[in-house]
Ligand binder design. Structure first.
Ligand SMILES: NC(=O)c1ccc[n+]([C@@H]2O[C@H](COP(=O)([O-])OP(=O)(O)OC[C@H]3O[C@@H](n4cnc5c(N)ncnc54)[C@H](OP(=O)(O)O)[C@@H]3O)[C@@H](O)[C@H]2O)c1
Length: 320
């Protein structure tokens, strides 16, 4: 597995890092919003974690809200088999309002920080993200959110501070004021605003660590679907339009064949094309690939070598 230094943090992690959203299982959030993943067993999750450790995939990403803490608990249950110090553990706070009427209430952030430490069976996480950039219409919750997360760092509850969002323009709006050690934006070859948002320039200029989430758009880009997919209640993929769109599914199948031909000398041509294209312009970055079971970790372990500029452009053009 290729290793990368996450910018000025100086921390070395695997280029292909592990996303554990699915380990929380299916769940609902807010007003009946599907927010989890169906069809996950703890046995699969734990076997994936074992295989990840054996494959030197040493950066595991979770959040307080993944299965309402269940994903964190699964990770926290592994430390009698896997040395805690060998894994860079990242979690997040912000999508759980608790009893309050807005996100980032200081008391609830503290409650969830303590809960995350307990779930993860550790006294300090390596990275705590602000999970999103919704700080109120007048940004009225911003100062508190930053203050609290910086206190977590001073108190030794997190080593580093991160900032995340699905929308890169929102990240850009707050990036100077947050000055995060690590940024976690949404990025895959079909939904890619990394350069156009200005984030790439910022990351390169200030030597910031960057971790791209949903690199294969939750599995949709792999071309493994032949018809519209249905998912169980509580699976957020029911809300992702592409999974129900036959035209999109057909296009992903066609592109899959093209990737198989283009990267026929690689053991995983499709995943290599999709995932490793994201590493080409990100010398301080990794991808957070969701790996639900041992087999998916085995595939992930064969990835991580950035495509050449020419190949990356070829892949991006294919999905444009
Ligand atoms: N900060 C944020 O707001 C945010 C948001 C989303 C995600 N994330 C993080 O990023 C991680 C990854 O994102 P993601 O889970 O949304 O999506 P992803 O990494 O794009 O897709 C992962 C899914 O693709 C399928 N898959 C994995 N390997 C495969 C392979 N070799 N062949 C075919 N299918 C494969 C699996 O689902 P199936 O087996 O069910 O098909 C897996 O759960 C999350 O786990 C989480 O840690 C963060």
């Amino acid at each position: 597995m290729e290793i990368v230094t996450l910018g000025r943090t100086g921390v070395n992690v695997s280029r292909i890092s592990l996303g554990t959203w699915s380990y929380g299982g299916p769940n609902m959030a807010g007003k009946n919003q599907p927010a989890g993943w169906g069809g996950q067993t703890d046995e699969d999750s734990k076997n994936a974690l074992r295989k990840a450790y054996a494959s030197a995939i040493n950066h595991w990403d979770t959040a307080d809200v993944y299965g309402d803490g269940h994903s964190e608990k699964v990770i926290g249950s592994m430390w009698d088999e896997i040395p805690r110090r060998d894994i860079f553990v990242a979690t997040k706070v912000g999508w759980d309002m608790g009893p309050y009427s807005h996100w980032y209430h200081p008391e609830h952030m503290r409650t969830n920080m303590e809960r995350s430490l307990k779930n993860l069976n550790t006294n300090c996480v390596d990275l705590m993200y602000l999970h999103h950039c919704n700080f109120g219409k007048q940004e009225e919750y911003f100062d508190d959110a930053i203050d609290v997360v910086k206190r977590f760092q001073e108190e030794g509850k997190t080593r580093f501070i991160g900032l995340s969002d699905w929308f890169l323009d929102k990240i850009m709006n707050y990036i100077d004021r947050v000055n995060p050690d690590i940024i976690q934006p949404y990025r895959n070859v079909i939904d890619d605003t990394y350069a156009s948002s200005g984030l790439k320039d910022y990351v390169d200029t200030y030597n910031v660590g960057i971790c791209f989430f949903s690199p294969i758009k939750h599995g949709l880009l792999t071309g493994k679907y032949t018809s519209p997919a249905t998912f169980e209640r509580g699976d957020f993929r029911t809300t992702v339009k592409g999974f129900a769109n036959q035209t999109m599914i057909d296009k992903m199948q066609t592109n899959k064949t093209k990737l198989e031909i283009q990267f026929s000398d690689h053991s995983q041509p499709v995943m290599h094309g999709l995932v490793d294209a994201l590493l080409t312009d990100a010398p301080t970055g990794c991808v957070l690939l969701g790996q639900r079971n041992e087999d998916q970790v085995k595939v992930a372990a064969q990835l991580g070598e950035p495509l050449s500029n020419e190949d990356a452009k070829w892949v991006q053009d294919l999905y444009r």
